[in-house]
Unconditional design. Structure first.
Length: 298
C-alpha cells in the first residue's frame, strides 16, 4: 500500500493544495492502517485492491479498543474514506470499499470564553512602558480584535496589514487567505508598536513579520503562547488563558452583540458553517444564565 499512499499524499499536496500538517496527519493514519493490516491475523497482504470493508471495520474497532478518542478515530475514518475514494476514481481499485463507512459521533464541547471584563483585565495587565510591552499589547489586542489563530498571528506580515483601512490579510488552514477587520484599539496598539518598538528589534535576519523576537526574527507560535501565559499570570485571572480562548471570545462577543453568523464564519475562516454554529450554543447558555438569574419565575 505504500506506493499508493505516496501517490495519494502527492495528490493532496499538488492538486488539492492542502497543508503540510494535513498531509502528515493523513500519511500517519494510512501508514498505521497498513501496518495493522500487515500484522493482522486475517491477512498480511496490504494491497489496497484486496482490502475489505470488514477489515476497515476491524481496524477501527482495534483503534477504539486502544482507547483512541472519537475525534481521533474520526480523523482516521476521514483519511481512509478519501484515500479509497481517490483509488477508486483513479481506477486503481474496482470499488470504493470505504464509501459506506459511517462517521463516529463526536460529543461537542462548548468552547471556553472570557467575558468582556476579563478581556479588559488581561489587557490592563500589560505594562506598555516595559521593554516589549507595546509588542505584547499589540499581540493580545489583535488576537481578540480579529479572532486570529496563533499561527496566523505569528505569520502575519507588514505588507498584508492596512491600518488605514483597518484590515489584515492572513493565511489560515489549507493555505486559504482571508481579509479580517482590525478594530480601533488594535490598530492603535499596532501603530505604536510598529513606530516605536519594532524598529529597535530589526536585525540582519529580519523579514517582514509584524511581530519580532528580541533576535529580530519572527515570533514562533510557542513564544507567542508563552507571552500570553505570562500576561495571564500577571493579570491574576484564574481562568486558563491560551491563544484560542481569545478567538472563542472574539466570536462569542460578536454573536452576543448581534453579528450575523455567516459574517463570523467568514472572519474566522471556517470552511463549514457548522463549525461556527457552536458559538450559538455558547450564546444560548449565556441567555439561559441571565434568565435564571434575573427572571422572578425562572
Amino acid at each position: 500500500m505504500q506506493a499508493e499512499i505516496d501517490q495519494f499524499i502527492l495528490y493532496l499536496a499538488t492538486e488539492r493544495g492542502l497543508s503540510a500538517n494535513y498531509q502528515i496527519s493523513t500519511r500517519i493514519s494510512l501508514e498505521a492502517f497498513a501496518k495493522w493490516l500487515s500484522g493482522s491475523r486475517e491477512t498480511t497482504d496490504t494491497d489496497p485492491r484486496k482490502v475489505t470493508h470488514g477489515q476497515i471495520g476491524d481496524y477501527l474497532a482495534h483503534c477504539k479498543k486502544k482507547g483512541l478518542a472519537a475525534a481521533s478515530i474520526k480523523l482516521i475514518v476521514v483519511a481512509i474514506k478519501i484515500f479509497f475514494r481517490f483509488l477508486h476514481v483513479r481506477k486503481i481499485t474496482e470499488r470504493d470499499v470505504a464509501e459506506v463507512l459511517p462517521m463516529p459521533r463526536i460529543e461537542r464541547y462548548l468552547p471556553e470564553t472570557l467575558n468582556e471584563i476579563q478581556v479588559e483585565q488581561l489587557l490592563n495587565a500589560i505594562d506598555t512602558k516595559h521593554p516589549l510591552g507595546l509588542r505584547d499589547r499589540a499581540i493580545v489586542e489583535l488576537l481578540y480584535a480579529s479572532g486570529l489563530r496563533i499561527s496566523e498571528l505569528t505569520n502575519a506580515r507588514l505588507e498584508n496589514l492596512n491600518l488605514d483601512d483597518g484590515t489584515i490579510r492572513v493565511t489560515g488552514k489549507g493555505n486559504k487567505t482571508r481579509i479580517v477587520p482590525v478594530g480601533k484599539k488594535a490598530r492603535e496598539a499596532l501603530q505604536l508598536y510598529i513606530e516605536r518598538e519594532r524598529p529597535e528589534l530589526v536585525g540582519k535576519k529580519t523579514g517582514s513579520h509584524i511581530f519580532l523576537s528580541v533576535r529580530g526574527t519572527g515570533l514562533t507560535t510557542v513564544r507567542a503562547w508563552q507571552i500570553l501565559k505570562r500576561i495571564a499570570k500577571d493579570s491574576g485571572l484564574e481562568a486558563n488563558i491560551y491563544p484560542h480562548l481569545l478567538r472563542h471570545s472574539f466570536a462569542t462577543h460578536l454573536l452576543g452583540n448581534g453579528a450575523d453568523l455567516r459574517i463570523i464564519q467568514e472572519m474566522l475562516g471556517h470552511a463549514d458553517i457548522s463549525t461556527t454554529q457552536i458559538y450559538t450554543h455558547v450564546d444560548q447558555r449565556h441567555l439561559k444564565n441571565v434568565h435564571h438569574k434575573f427572571h422572578p419565575r425562572a
